[in-house]
Write a protein that binds this ligand. Sequence first.
Ligand SMILES: Nc1nc2c(ncn2[C@@H]2O[C@H](COP(=O)(O)OP(=O)(O)OP(=O)(O)O)[C@@H](O)[C@H]2O)c(=O)[nH]1
Ligand SMILES: [Mg+2]
Length: 482
Amino acid sequence: MDSQTIVAPMTPAGVSAVAAIRVSGSRVREVVRLLFGEAALKNLKAREAKLATARDYRTMAGDDRATAQVIDSLLYIFFEGPNSYTGEDVLELYPHGNPIIVRELIQVIKSVDGVRLAEPGEYTRRAFLNGRMDLVQAESVADVIHSANRDELKNAHRLLGGALSKKVKTLTEQVMDISARLELDVDFAEEEADPDYATWGTKIEAIRESVESILKSFKGKATVSRLPLAVLYGAPNAGKSSLVNALLGEDRILVSDIPGTTRDFVEVRLFLDGGEIRLVDTAGIADKAADALDALSMEKSREILAEADMKILVLDGANENCAFSPSSTGLPASSSTEGRGSIISSLRHSDDAIHPDFIVISKSDLGASRPDDACVDMTNSIHISSKTGAGLADLKRVMNATLFKKTENSEDLWITSEREKACLEEALAGIDRTLSLIRTNPAVELIAFEMQLVRRALQSITGEISSEDVLQKIFAGFCIGK
Ligand SMILES: Nc1nc2c(ncn2[C@@H]2O[C@H](COP(=O)(O)OP(=O)(O)OP(=O)(O)O)[C@@H](O)[C@H]2O)c(=O)[nH]1
Ligand SMILES: [Mg+2]
């Protein structure tokens, strides 16, 4: 194994209150000595936060540390191997979150003999190689970081906690148990002419069921991690942009009483109880475009609507009539006689592309009448005011329930790794071959061989068996510093 000491920032580049840097390997103590001085090294205690001044030892005049340039006053913690994330000596530094400081610290640490920049995922890779975690747990570290909602995060934590590893280990032991008996039979084939195939069959069937149920729980990362998309649409001036601002609690999007204020659609991130979502504000869709630019804006609105997980129609509650009547489009009635009501008729005909999942009736503070009942399904709608905040909490609840539908097996564990899936498929194929072999009353050696393959497939899930190639692939997908 690479014995070099590695260093990398753990926090993203950019300004923040505090940044974090991790150093791992046999040269950690030397790094402490050079950054903080001889005394710091002498008094070094594991798992104790220390406030200290880090200096660039390269700028020191003679032996006088005080002459060396100050990099930052910071907090650091030393973890003595094997009781650390990687299993090696680890130093974590928490300087001020100024990119200049972070860069300087990394430069100075890197200049220490035997220290280099860490590769993506290298800390976790070392943790795996040093037996701090198995491969399923190592992979789930990335899941914990990238989970986009509460359910995913809960699952990732359970994977990290070893829930799946435990299941797989139990299965592996069961397979090994069968293998051991089979091999006994191979050795004493002459004495025991009639292996008990029926009992084995039942046992192997049970293992098959467990493997298959884990396999069925697979949810690909690409679909799991895509943020849900809610799109607000409706007539110009209906109050869409005001609603986005009210939901965010800040004036992010330009709002005015001029219809057609929003031209391009605007995307923001909104946190709901279930997790983060993409919320898109679109240009008002009028019955008829005022000009070519207007037509283009509307086309864009329709495009993003096609992608939406939840289409929220905003109707102007201050308007006496249905919000899609010409009077609410902001266009003179005379200019929109043709094609008028096209959206209403779309709604009526359940045109999926534009049919709302939910309807918001805006401006309830104005106490005006609601839109014409004939065109709104009142059971699926809510009155809100962006001005007073009325109805917003309810709207968020509805959005949360729609966008974060409880998965059927939300209590269960699911796997997210393609690699683990492939291993399980391999195990399942081996089990199936074994089961069909058993029916033909074969030589014990044949079954023993198949069971060995099954065992290897299961062991490679947790990394009891792994290859350099596999590790390379897994950890290359990690971020630097993890
Ligand atoms: N009283 C009151 N006025 C509102 C409310 N929501 C929006 N408005 C007003 O309605 C007008 C239009 O609001 P916008 O949020 O710009 O409407 P929009 O749907 O984004 O309009 P376009 O971008 O033109 O499609 C503005 O003058 C807002 O101040 C509300 O809840 N109460
Ligand atoms: Mg707008």
